[in-house]
Ligand binder design. Structure first.
Ligand SMILES: Cc1cc2nc3c(=O)[nH]c(=O)nc-3n(C[C@H](O)[C@H](O)[C@H](O)COP(=O)(O)O)c2cc1C
Length: 105
């Protein structure tokens, strides 16, 4: 069984235990690595050409605008073929109640 984890995760400012802190590794990335270690999965990180702001408050406004526009932000890389995989896991944070628009892309 081959598993691919496709994930988006944002470094920078994030809420950690109720206050805003700077994190070097996003929460979803940590979860994706757990899955990789548990089942020997490959990882594919979704990365946007235009990065979201490091500031949490600016980022949430950028993300809200993208959601309203139903945007499909351009990605740095795309997957051409997933036929080698039996299981696909799609992982990302909750942004305004749904996936970041980059995951929809
Ligand atoms: C733009 C943005 C929007 C968010 N919207 C929500 C939300 O609607 N509901 C929620 O519970 N958390 C929300 N959060 C908090 C994230 O889901 C949470 O911090 C998550 O762990 C981030 O994952 P990551 O570190 O992998 O990027 C939001 C965070 C950001 C940056």
């Amino acid at each position: 069984m081959k598993t691919l984890v496709i994930y988006y995760s944002r470094k920078g400012e994030n809420y950690v235990n109720g206050s805003i802190k700077n994190i070097d590794k996003g929460n979803t990335e940590i979860a994706a690595e757990y899955i990789r270690d548990a089942v020997g999965a490959d990882l594919f990180e979704i990365e946007t050409v235009k990065e979201y702001d490091k500031s949490y408050m600016t980022c949430i406004e950028e993300a809200k605008a993208e959601l309203r526009e139903n945007a499909r932000p351009e990605l740095k890389a795309y997957i051409d073929d997933i036929s080698a995989y039996d299981n696909i896991v799609i992982a990302g944070p909750c942004w305004w109640g749904t996936y970041p628009m980059a995951v929809i892309t």
